[in-house]
Write a protein that binds this ligand. Sequence first.
Ligand code: ADP
Length: 446
Amino acid sequence: MNERMLFRQTRWRLATWYAGVMGIILTLSGFGVYEAIDHAHRTAADRELQGIAGRLHDNIEPMLKQPGELPTSTQRFFPEFCMSPAPCITSTRAADHAPGEMFQGNYYIRLLDTSQELIALAGLKPIGLESSSSTTAWQYLQDEDNIRYRQITIPLQNPDAPLWGYLQVGSSLKHSDQYLSSVKLILFAGLPLALVFVGVAGWWLAGRAMRPIHQSYQQMQQFTADAAHELRTPIAAAQATVESVLDMPQLSAAEVRETLQTLDRQHQRLSQLIQDLLLLTRLDRQGQLKQNVSCCLQDLVSDIAEELAALALNKKIQLQTDVQVDQPLWVSGDEAQLYRLVFNLVINAIQYTPEAGKVTLALCQQDQQAVIQVQDTGVGIVPEYQAKIFDRFYRVDCDRNRQTGGSGLGLAIAQAIAQKHQGRITVQSQPSKGSSFTVHLPIPFP
Ligand code: ADP
């Protein structure tokens, strides 16, 4: 599978998973919201119904004497009351204690005798209401038009008399059911719409999340290709040298020596490259550095200047040090790695500075940081390449650098070491005037 397909497929998979998980979460949340609204409605309606039924019960019950007979005194509680089998009574007089809301169209009151025969009815008159049981306190009933009712049944019993009958108060759930149906509709219709948005957002987010992975994948591919290319060059050169020598019928001692020297050069280049690659891999893998190991930067600077003095002299370059601190400057970290960091910068400065040039290796302290500066009067670096020179195998001018023997890993190694020591490297350069590489390293105990 090619790279484009692989990343596209992974992005699809991530977006689908994201939409799926979000879909489940949204469905469960929608279900929860619906249940919460439904429960709140039911609880409020039941509480109201219970309040009305309780008040009616308390007012009517003391007046009831003969089971199944409704004293006329009870009728004052109801502005409208239908006696069964007598016709409905219509009164304009406001009831003393009857709750007014009962007759605003939402409630009905029924009085039943002990054999559950209807004696009186007030308020709503639902048609074809299912028969109800007088023994069940709370019930849901349905009328002919499929309108649901919530009903409470309370037995009526004067303490001095036997059971009189039952009081039933019911309320229509028409409005509440309509409201809940519209909530259900909104949730059902909104879910697919929300899933479309989640899908689009998932696709976009997956793309964003995969961008750095894609970049490092491409860098890895580039690194593998560059490493293979760099390794192949000395091997191919060595093979060509061997083949040309084998084709010669006879070899003089001088020719044998020259051939061996060429092979040795290729071998050294190859082993240097392998060492650099291994060091980079180690730096990539290495966790936090042991902070108890310390390194004195004055010693490091003077050792490097001493080691490279001969090379500088050979190139007729003036190599000088400028140490601006009196006290020994200690930093935590790996001494060999820090040595390699500064060594790479100084050797580059010597390599990219023409004859009669000058390279300065300076050391100073700025606040809580040790600052090492490698300054040269060399060829300089064009601004557009300055950010790239720290990339692995990157060389500004391949032909020129191949002659100097550089593989393009020197600055990548230097930067990796600086970062491992919680430091950083910056570069300032002007083409044809020179470059200045500055390393900042934290001082643990300033
Ligand atoms: P190389 O092994 O090729 O020197 P580096 O990683 O050390 O690789 O450097 C990367 C590139 O940065 C070099 O190829 C060179 O073009 C440029 N460079 C590094 N140091 C200097 C310098 N002091 N002056 C000019 N160019 C430099």
